[in-house]
Ligand binder design. Structure first.
Ligand code: SF4
Ligand code: SF4
Length: 368
């Protein structure tokens, strides 16, 4: 049976049609409070955005969800896990500073912030999943130990995952730093013919994995953490992967981590995706590029697979923006994510998620 996905457009001609009120109405319509019991410690998983980005979810929408969780009897806290790479969210001190700088302060969101894998990302719980790539996964402990979970996601493109939605927010986002390492085992290579030695990749690499020799760059495999950031910034498109052998298992590993993050919360989760400012890249970059399509709306569901599938389809129904990273697929109905990255089929996340039992690819869209 198809899973229900609730949709709110962004049109507004009255106070009751404001976006904040629509977030609250979506929460209620999709029954996201159904699994929250009185006294629950409810994790609200979001991505605070790397310092310099600005396409992350507006904190005032998070406050609306916090208020609904409190009405349902829960005690919400806002959370994310530390990043694998150095940057503005690599340890809890920097991460909280970044979150507050981006407006995720108690005075705005009305709930405390907790970084779920501890000061240096070592606060981990092992979860048995017995899946294709992993028997056990390492989930950020304070998300695992929460009683219920609401995942709020900015839906956008992603350099190696094709797109980033609820599944990626669960998998990569709820995995501890060690868990992120488990998922990222892609290793990019530089084509020496195309490389001009400009050094752009060296400036973005969070772990200084590149070396310049004889006017060409090389990547030290033993240092690279597989974040994929250098691939997207190279002006010559000289950095690539063995896309056919590395990307499908990478996407399956994300889905398996997502599955692991949900195992002790079946029936006690909800998901909200914001299909707004659909940037080509992840919010982990210290910038946000022009969106690739017009804003679409806000969607909510209890099923993360159905939710991401619906968002993917709605983005592709839009006409693409010319002044964006799109290189093809501009027409309404064409695949925007393959238009940017023809070799990455992000839908593998959806298919493997369904195979695992994380959710359902079939969805029924209900407009509120
Ligand atoms: S960004 Fe590309 S062209 Fe510039 S040094 Fe790196 S690999 Fe070479
Ligand atoms: S993928 Fe590129 S940017 Fe990321 S760690 Fe490896 S070499 Fe550095």
């Amino acid at each position: 049976m198809a899973s229900k996905v609730y949709f709110a457009s962004l049109r507004a001609r009255s106070r009751s049609e404001s976006r904040t009120s629509k977030v609250g109405r979506l929460f209620t319509a999709a029954g996201l409070g159904d699994g929250i019991r009185t006294g629950d410690l409810t994790a609200v998983k979001i991505h605070f955005g790397e310092m310099g980005s600005d396409a992350f979810i507006n904190p005032i929408y998070v406050r609306e969800v916090v208020d609904r969780i409190k009405e349902a009897g829960g005690k919400p806290f806002i959370t994310d896990s530390n990043t694998l790479y150095t940057g503005s969210r690599h340890n809890s001190v920097d991460h909280l500073e970044t979150a507050i700088a981006h407006g995720f302060d108690y005075s705005v969101v009305r709930a405390p912030l907790i970084i779920s894998d501890g000061l240096r990302g070592r606060n981990v719980c092992w979860v048995d999943i017995n899946a294709k790539h992993f028997k056990k996964v390492r989930i950020a402990a304070d998300i695992h130990n929460a009683d219920s979970l609401i995942v709020m996601t900015h839906f956008k493109g992603h350099e190696t995952a094709g797109f980033g939605g609820a599944i990626k927010n669960l998998g990569m986002g709820c995995g501890s730093a060690y868990g992120k390492m488990d998922q990222h085992s892609v290793r990019p290579k530089v084509d020496p013919v195309k490389c001009t030695g400009c050094g752009t990749c060296m400036r973005i690499c969070p772990v200084d994995a590149h070396i310049l020799e004889g006017g060409k760059v090389f990547i030290r495999d033993e240092v690279c953490i597989g974040c994929g950031e250098c691939i997207t910034v190279c002006p010559q498109e000289a950095i690539g992967l063995n896309w056919s052998s590395e990307i499908p298992p990478f996407l399956e590993r994300i889905a398996e981590y997502a599955f692991g993050a949900t195992r002790n919360k079946v029936g006690r989760m909800g998901f909200i995706n914001f299909v707004t400012r659909v940037s080509p890249d992840c919010d982990c970059f210290p910038w946000s590029d022009n969106p690739i399509v017009p804003d679409v709306g806000i969607l909510a569901s209890k099923d993360p697979v159905a939710l991401d599938a619906a968002c993917y389809d709605l983005v592709n129904r839009q006409p693409g923006f010319r002044d964006s990273k799109l290189k093809g697929g501009w027409e309404a109905g064409e695949d925007k994510f393959r238009g940017m990255r023809p070799k990455v089929d992000g839908r593998i996340q959806l298919r493997h998620g369904e195979e695992l039992g994380l959710g359902n690819l079939e969805y029924e869209l209900v407009e509120i």
